[in-house]
Structure formats: structure tokens, C-alpha cells
Design a protein around this ligand. Structure first.
Ligand SMILES: Cc1cc2nc3c(=O)[nH]c(=O)nc-3n(C[C@H](O)[C@H](O)[C@H](O)COP(=O)(O)OP(=O)(O)OC[C@H]3O[C@@H](n4cnc5c(N)ncnc54)[C@H](O)[C@@H]3O)c2cc1C
Length: 549
């Protein structure tokens, strides 16, 4: 099915498109894009294209913190071991080591740049403890760590003479010539198209949570970058591994708002709408079972009761205990008229994080010369089948910097030689038309994805989802920005379904009720590439990195 994907999302070329020559082109300005831009700007001019208004990104929403072995009793090696355990046999040891060993120095640098990380009275980092970490190693800035980091990176980028930040640009397609990526085609808010020709292109477009509608992510996290890279011929790996957060409240404005696991840690219980506590029947650890188990328990209850949410009940706890531990949640829900000291919180599992993505090496390079991928859009091998908490912002910072530096130093053994002026028109092939545009595409897509590729999957549901997605266009006209978004999002959704159908086992963030066990013969990566059949590659043994395939 994926083999028929057209090369371009645009069904026809834009009639008028400016051509602009840039040095390094960065697409996206979350933690990954900004880190990459700052690193690349050490040597080259950098243009950053970003969809919305800065600092809008998932990075700015990140709450808990960033993992780094900074405690005297901790070590990067312990961080590596915890990450490998969470990844359920699919982590790349080299990538995890890069992550863990780069982390402490990077955190000290960020602190020196002005990120106001929490400190103890003796000025040491005040490190938090999170699930899956064997040591206290979470650096944080209250419950708004992401925003604090982004503000500092953004200030650096804005002040940098070699960085140009361009807001309100929608990138639609990557451009290639002679097998290498040479930039991207993008449209500004006024509908004007530009072909950005770059020596190196760094994709930093984030994850896919918004494909599911019910999500903790911002609404633009639609996997568009993954779709663009796939169409250009990039390898896309492990797309089936989507992490769901069990307890997300949907605000009156329709946004997902995370209710921290600590609410269950403090004694909160989950109930159906008729008041029945259901988790003890699902798992002996009840509400304190691991995140993916609680998610599946809630999901099973939703299906049984034909509802779209359950209740997280804190009302049996003393009110001052609730307001003391959860002041932000208390205040936010009061805005919607819910006093969590007296009223249970409506919650449902929500798509939170994508472990897979565009496959890269240890410097963010993809299989396509000239193209790098960093942050949640990438699959560096750090997370394997499941992400360890607070490793994702860190991945953005570590690999963003590595990719930025290498992209700006093409001569240092990297795969992206500089490109002379390309001849666009001659090289663009005749484009195929897609199917029909579905005006309510977000709702359609979300319904299909939740049903087929949510926390509980089954082969028949996945196949049904694939068929349903066939009615959605994966091409659009240049004067229809929303249809272009829909088309790219639909392709990203197809990639998730394709990988989930391929993997006939349950592992990490992927659970199939028709294959509920983890199977040794599936300890490898699903790999999708345009024009190729889906495959399982690189059955992993620690230390073998990507070499196994
Ligand atoms: C609510 C929440 C809490 C979290 N808490 C934590 C935490 O405590 N610790 C942790 O480590 N991780 C956390 N995460 C995960 C982490 O925030 C993300 O994985 C990480 O921020 C992703 O960063 P990124 O730079 O890859 O992408 P993003 O920050 O999502 O940035 C993507 C950028 O790409 C742009 N873009 C996308 N498509 C296009 C396009 N077509 N054209 C132009 N621009 C485009 C967007 O506008 C945006 O600028 C959390 C995530 C959420 C949602």
C-alpha cells in the first residue's frame, strides 16, 4: 500500500514560487530545531522556518524536566541502564550512551546560559525522581521546564547574527536533486510559495500526537515532517511505538491537559462514570501499575462502558493535601468550573509521544544525503519501544546540537556534499492526483487512529483503519494549505498503521490483543521506505547499533 505514495504532497506545482538560497535550513523551532540552529550557526548562516508563532511547540509544553546524571551517587552508566530497560530491547546502545554521557555537561551549560533550574540551598541541582529512573536525576524549572529552556534558546537564537527565524511558514515538501535533499518548498501566511535551497536541511518538526485528536500535544503535532521525509525516500523506523499518557483532561477549549501520575501516587483512584473502581480487576497494582498498563486498563473500561472518559477521583483526600500537591491542576480545572477537591476529574488516555520516526545515525544524519532529523521527528534509537520519562527534551538538545554542528561542517566525514544551483522544473516529475479531500479530516483521522492504532490494537482493526484512510487524500493543491496539512498528516497516520500491522507482537508502546506476548524473533526495527515493502531489520543486540542490517 505504501509503495504507491506519490513523491510530492502538492498535486501541482505552485504557479509562482520564489527561489531563495540559504545555508542551513532548519524546519521547526522546538528544543531540537533551536539547538540545531544554534550549533549550525557556529559556522554557517541558518534559516529556521516555523509554522506558528514562537515559542509555540510541544517543547514549550514540557512540564516535568530533563534527565541528567548530576547527583554524586549517580552516573551516566546508570542512566544508560535505566533507558535500556524502558526501551524493551530495542534501544541503540551507542545512541543511549551519547544521550546519557552528553547530558550532565549540557545541563551545566544551559544553567550557565540562564535556565533557572531548581537548586538546593547549597546551590547543587535539586534533582527530582521519576518513574523508571533508579536515581534522582531530573533537572527542572517548577512544572514548566520546557518553556524555561525554550525561552533561553530562543533568546540566544534571536540575538544570533547568523540565525534568521521565520514564523508563519508551512513547509509542504522536501526537495531533492540527484539523490540528495537540497531544501524545502514552503508557503507563508499570505499564500506565497518559496523554494528554499539549502546546503543542509534539518527536520525538527516534532511528533504525531495530534493525529489522535485526544492528545497532550499541540494541535500541529501531525507528523508532517515524517511524511515529507518518507516521500523523499528517507527510512522511517518504529512508527508503531506511540506512547499514551493515561490521564489527560480535555479542557473546555478542547486542549489536552496532563494530570500528573503523582495524582494517583497520592491516592487518586480511577472510576467509571457510574462510580465503579476498575483498575484492581485489571492489574493487581491497580492505579499504580506502569503507565502503559493503566492506559490499557482505562481503554478497556471505555470500550466496556461505551464512554469517552473515566473519572480520576481525589475527593476522598483532604482538600489541603490536594491543593498543596497539585496547585496548578487545581487552579487550571477551577477555570473550567471543576473543583478537584469535591469533583472527580474527567480523564482519558491521550497520545503523548512517538518513539519512532525518521531513522538517523548518531549525528542526526538520515539515509538521504543533505537531510538530518532531530528531536521527536527522528528515530535515533534512544527510546527503543518505550521512552523513559524526561529523556525526550534531552534527546532534542543532545542530537540537535550534534546534527547542527555536522550539518554546518559538510566536509567532516558527513554525507551531505554541497549542491550547485539545481534545475527545479526539469527535475520535478509529473505529479499524480490524490483522492478526495475530507473537510472534517481531523475528526475522521482521530476516530480512525484511536479505533485502529490506539493503546489497544488488533490486526483486523488496523487493516480496517488502513482501508478507511484510503478515502483521505495524500495530495493537495498549492492554494489549499489545510488540505496540504491533511494530506501530510494522513500519510503519517498510514505509516503508523503499516508498522503496527507489521509487528506481530506486543512490546513497549505497541500492544496487540491478537499478539499479546513479546516475541524474541521481533526484537528488531520496523522499517518503511517509499517504494519498498515494509520490513523488520536489525534484530538488535546491545552495542550493534544500526550495523545489524
Ligand atoms: C504536555 C507535554 C509534556 C511533556 N513533558 C516532558 C518532560 O517533562 N520532559 C521531556 O523530556 N519531554 C516531555 N515531553 C515531550 C517533549 O516535550 C517533546 O518530545 C519535545 O519537546 C519535542 O521537541 P521537538 O523540538 O522535536 O518538537 P516540537 O517542540 O514539537 O517542535 C516542532 C516544531 O516544528 C514546527 N513544525 C511542525 N510541522 C511544520 C511544518 N509543516 N512546517 C513548519 N514548521 C513545522 C512546529 O511549529 C514547531 O516549531 C512533553 C510533551 C508534552 C506534549
Amino acid at each position: 500500500m505504501m509503495g504507491q505514495t506519490p513523491r510530492y504532497v502538492l498535486a501541482t506545482q505552485p504557479r509562482v514560487a520564489r527561489v531563495e538560497r540559504v545555508g542551513v535550513l532548519v524546519i521547526g523551532a522546538g528544543a531540537a530545531g533551536l539547538s540545531a540552529a544554534l550549533a549550525a550557526a557556529e559556522r554557517m548562516d541558518v534559516t529556521v522556518l516555523v509554522r506558528g508563532a514562537l515559542p509555540e511547540s510541544n517543547s514549550a509544553l514540557a512540564q516535568g524536566g530533563i534527565a541528567a546524571a548530576l547527583d554524586p551517587h549517580d552516573s551516566p552508566q546508570f542512566h544508560v541502564e535505566d533507558t535500556l530497560l524502558a526501551g524493551a530491547g530495542l534501544c541503540d546502545l551507542d545512541a543511549v550512551s551519547a544521550l546519557a554521557y552528553d547530558a550532565p555537561g549540557l545541563m551545566r551549560e544551559l544553567a550557565a546560559l540562564g535556565v533557572p533550574f531548581a537548586r538546593q540551598p547549597n546551590h547543587q541541582f535539586d534533582l527530582g525522581l521519576e518513574g523508571g529512573h533508579s536515581q534522582r536525576r531530573i533537572v527542572r524549572v517548577g512544572d514548566a521546564t520546557g518553556l524555561a529552556v525554550i525561552q533561553v534558546l530562543l533568546a540566544q537564537a534571536r540575538a544570533h547574527p547568523r540565525i534568521r527565524l521565520c514564523e508563519g511558514w508551512q513547509v509542504a515538501d522536501l526537495l531533492d536533486l540527484g539523490g540528495q535533499v537540497i531544501g524545502a518548498l514552503a508557503v507563508d501566511a499570505a499564500g506565497r510559495w518559496t523554494r528554499f535551497l539549502a546546503d543542509a536541511t534539518i527536520l525538527a518538526t516534532g511528533g504525531v500526537g495530534a493525529l489522535y485528536g485526544v492528545t497532550s500535544n499541540q494541535s500541529t503535532a501531525l507528523g508532517e515532517g515524517i511524511a515529507m521525509a518518507y516521500r523523499a525516500g528517507a527510512e522511517v523506523a518504529d512508527m508503531e511505538f506511540v506512547q499514551f499518557h493515561p490521564t489527560v483532561y480535555r479542557t473546555k477549549a478542547g486542549q489536552g491537559f496532563l494530570i500528573t501520575e503523582a495524582a494517583r501516587g497520592e491516592g487518586g483512584v480511577l472510576r467509571t462514570l457510574t462510580g465503579d473502581r476498575f483498575m484492581p480487576d485489571y492489574d493487581p497494582r491497580a492505579e499504580l501499575a506502569p503507565r502503559d498498563v493503566v492506559t490499557r486498563g482505562i481503554y478497556a473500561a471505555l470500550r466496556r462502558t461505551h464512554t469517552d472518559h473515566v473519572l480520576l477521583d481525589l475527593t476522598h483526600l483532604p482538600p489541603d493535601q490536594i491543593t498543596h500537591h497539585f496547585p496548578t491542576i487545581h487552579a487550571r480545572l477551577l477555570q473550567d468550573g471543576i473543583d478537584i477537591t469535591t469533583t472527580p476529574i474527567p480523564v482519558a488516555p491521550a497520545a503523548h509521544y512517538l518513539m519512532g520516526g525518521v531513522r538517523t545515525d548518531l549525528v542526526g544524519a538520515t539515509n538521504l544525503p543533505g537531510l538530518y532529523a532531530v528531536g521527536e521527528v527522528s528515530c535515533t534509537g534512544v527510546h527503543g519501544a518505550n521512552r523513559l520519562a524526561s529523556n525526550s527534551l534531552l534527546e532534542c538538545l543532545v542530537f540537535g546540537r550534534r546534527a547542527g554542528r555536522v550539518a554546518a561542517h559538510q566536509d567532516l566525514g558527513v554525507r551531505a556534499p554541497l549542491v550547485a544551483t539545481p534545475r527545479w522544473e526539469r527535475d520535478l516529475p509529473a505529479l499524480e492526483r490524490g483522492d478526495t479531500f475530507v473537510p472534517m479530516w481531523r475528526d475522521h483521522l482521530a476516530a480512525i487512529m484511536l479505533d485502529a492504532a490506539g493503546p489497544l490494537r488488533h490486526g483486523s482493526g488496523l487493516a480496517r483503519g488502513q482501508t478507511a484512510l484510503l478515502q483521505h487524500s495524500i495530495q493537495a493543491d498549492p492554494d489549499q494549505p489545510d488540505a496540504i496539512t491533511a494530506a501530510n498528516a494522513t500519510l503519517a497516520a498510514r505509516l503508523i498503521l503499516e508498522s503496527a500491522l507489521l509487528r506481530q507482537e506486543s512490546r513497549g508502546g505497541h500492544f496487540r490483543s491478537d499478539f499479546p506476548q513479546t516475541r524474541e524473533e521481533w526484537q528488531g526495527h520496523t522499517l518503511l521506505q517509499r517504494g519498498q515493502p515494509p520490513q523488520l531489520v536489525g534484530v538488535i543486540a546491545p552495542g550493534m547499533a544500526h550495523a545489524a542490517d
